[in-house]
Design a protein around this ligand. Structure first.
Ligand code: MG
Ligand code: MG
Length: 255
């Protein structure tokens, strides 16, 4: 189901997006060797609650999930792609950490993710992170009113594959707003000029997941954490955007 948001609804998402951005800025600073992913989760939750908002991920249970997600952030390390559960795992020099967070304000959600290198990381890891960031930038550029979903997917795929990386297929970008996952997925690969028309009022979480090696993934024994099938690195960046007549408005960037 496609839900076009009113200006009032987008304003609530913008507020949620500012809190998301605040959390990610703070956690990116704190993510250092010796810190546990659980400590980052607790910090995130305290920031969200302090703002009078709600962590969207906590107790989220989509169809097919084995149990409700137990934390306020996803913390996925190295070969983990998405949906990593915060734990007593200690971050180490050279790790590649993906932090994903969602916040709800008066029932309206915003969703964003970053990848951060822990201490000194390898040149290849740095390149993967940089290219993944370029993938999200290209996705946002392509998310103009009147374009189609396939234009976004194609833009991401072109950037990733031209640099020798691959695009995760089993997980997608998605509608967001009245729910964390609002009704439809948008593949992060595709053919220009195909797929859903991007209309003003549409709100999307654009989230390319880019792998160093093969694009295939597997789910770990905890039933949530998604990892690359070949054990190689993965990176992700995500923003929630609102489609307008022209360039998309990024709702999860700090003002
Ligand atoms: Mg997310
Ligand atoms: Mg998302």
């Amino acid at each position: 189901m496609i839900v076009l948001k009113s200006a009032r609804e987008i304003a609530l998402m913008r507020r949620a997006g500012q809190i998301v951005a605040t959390v990610l800025a703070e956690l990116s600073q704190r993510a250092k060797p010796g810190v546990t992913t659980l400590a980052l989760d607790q910090l995130a939750e305290s920031i969200i609650l302090k703002h009078g908002a709600r962590p969207s991920f906590k107790n989220y249970k989509p169809a097919g999930a084995p149990y409700p997600f137990p934390a306020s952030i996803c913390a996925s390390v190295n070969d983990e792609v998405v949906h990593g559960i915060p734990s007593s795992r200690v971050l180490r020099e050279g790790d590649v950490l993906k932090i994903d967070v969602g916040v709800a304000v008066e029932g309206y959600h915003a969703d964003s993710a970053v990848t951060v290198g822990i201490g000194e990381i390898s040149p290849q890891a740095r390149r993967l992170i940089e290219v993944t960031k370029q993938c999200l930038d290209a996705a946002i550029q392509a998310a103009r009113g009147g374009n189609r979903a396939g234009d976004i997917g194609a833009a991401i795929q072109h950037v990733a594959e031209s640099q020798g990386f691959s695009v995760v297929r089993e997980y997608t970008s998605h509608g967001v707003g009245r729910a964390l996952h609002e009704g439809f997925g948008l593949p992060n690969y595709g053919t220009p000029g195909t797929g859903m028309l991007l209309r003003p009022g549409l709100t999307l979480a654009l989230e390319p997941m880019i792998n160093e090696g093969r694009h295939q993934t597997r789910v770990k024994k905890d039933g949530w954490t998604v990892a690359t099938i070949d054990g190689k690195l993965s990176a992700q960046f995500e923003h929630t955007v609102a489609i307008t007549e022209g360039a998309a408005e990024v709702l999860t960037r700090l003002d």
